[in-house]
Design a protein around this ligand. Sequence first.
Ligand SMILES: Nc1ncnc2c1ncn2[C@@H]1O[C@H](COP(=O)(O)OP(=O)(O)OP(=O)(O)O)[C@@H](O)[C@H]1O
Ligand SMILES: [Mg+2]
Length: 485
Amino acid sequence: YENKDGNWGGPPRDAGFNSFGGRSDRSKSAFFNDRGTGSRGGRFERGGFSSGGNSRWVEEAREDDWSKPTAPNERLERELFSGSNTGINFEKYDDIPVEATGTSCPKHIEIFHDVDMGEIIMGNITLSRYTRPTPVQKHAIPIIKSKRDLMACAQTGSGKTAAFLLPVLSQIYTEGPGDALQAFAYRSHVRPCVVYGGADIGQQIRDLERGCHLLVATPGRLVDMMERGKIGLDYCNYLVLDEADRMLDMGFEPQIRRIVEQDTMPPKGIRQTMMFSATFPKEIQILARDFLEDYIFLAVGRVGSTSENITQKVVWVEENDKRSFLLDLLNATGKDSLTLVFVETKKGADALEDFLYREGYACTSIHGDRSQRDREEALHQFRSGRCPILVATAVAARGLDICNVKHVINFDLPSDIEEYVHRIGRTGRVGNLGLATSFFNDKNSNITKDLLDILVEAKQEVPSWLESLAYEHQHKSSNRGRSKR
Ligand SMILES: Nc1ncnc2c1ncn2[C@@H]1O[C@H](COP(=O)(O)OP(=O)(O)OP(=O)(O)O)[C@@H](O)[C@H]1O
Ligand SMILES: [Mg+2]
């Protein structure tokens, strides 16, 4: 997102493309870097695809049936599908209550084979080693397959990306080019493109000009492209708003409305619209009402809840003690695990990174003042384990799917609970276990009650001081209604 912190193109790529196929996030990232930097042609030629340049998706499409897989490419296959990262608690997802409301809601599936998503998708699901759908996938896939609009909420790391991408891509494959990520576009004719702020727009425009069936975009940059006449949305059949809450938080509502309502995109009812989020604040409900037609509301678990796979700890730490406390935590962390440390400000991020560096820790940082390249580099260093500690501002709170993040530390707690839920959701993904430690002191009293509720609900240990603080807080502000959730 191009966010309040500056321009970050991270989430679309990291949330979307890198979400697929499990372990090797890094290789997928590299794959996309190649797309972005124009070295793609060579790579595909070597890999055995027919001609150079961008031909991988486009040229073969002319001759063949879109629903049939194109020739396999061993090298690409290794890069895209190098492992599975499903954790030991994957089965536990089945206990999460699911609520689906709306007129004639299609029945959910139990296994991927309960619906036919065509040869390409089914093949790529197998290659990704997705043995069973997650709850949000069980419900969302048949809803989307039956062309219904959908608003879906499900916990962090529960597979929302594939929940919309698999059925949408499968529809594109069956309907063919007449009617636009990586692992699931493999061996298909669909050509994906990315458009996001903070990166070279010229390169993105050139990439788009080669044709695009699936566009992943951030609102600011997309409006820019539309205004330059580089993109028309007249033929947009499927619209997905992933993490719409985040986009609204960052003040992108005018851009979103400009894209969806004030240009040439087909109206609701004609296009199919899907919205996904881990939280569902009021503003999103309004957006859902405006953008969706006769939609199904799907909630997996309580909306905005955290995964029980994350052990949450809240410790009282005064500002002055934070650094030494952090060092203690880092020293107690296993060698191969990654730790993500959240701070409130960009300055704070730089200062903490410097401090850790001086203390001899291999760490890196990302925040809004970092250039796109620096951020990509930092994420790369972190993913690869070369810098197993990443200090970040809220720019890294959502969508990022990096396996092996074992510990999320809120060096500074955020002021709202949704942000907290997203941040700690960077660990404990797809049934893996994770740990989240938050430093709490007088500065954080505004989040007390919400934090307590979240801890209780996720069956976490609640420090007694937090309980009494919440009690005091509630009595102080008892005449003001709670509006967050
Ligand atoms: N059915 C499945 N089986 C195994 N792994 C899966 C399955 N579905 C998705 N995954 C993996 O789960 C991880 C998390 O998925 P994803 O990023 O879509 O979560 P999310 O719900 O969008 O989380 P967030 O709210 O943080 O954005 C990814 O690495 C993805 O490859
Ligand atoms: Mg996501």
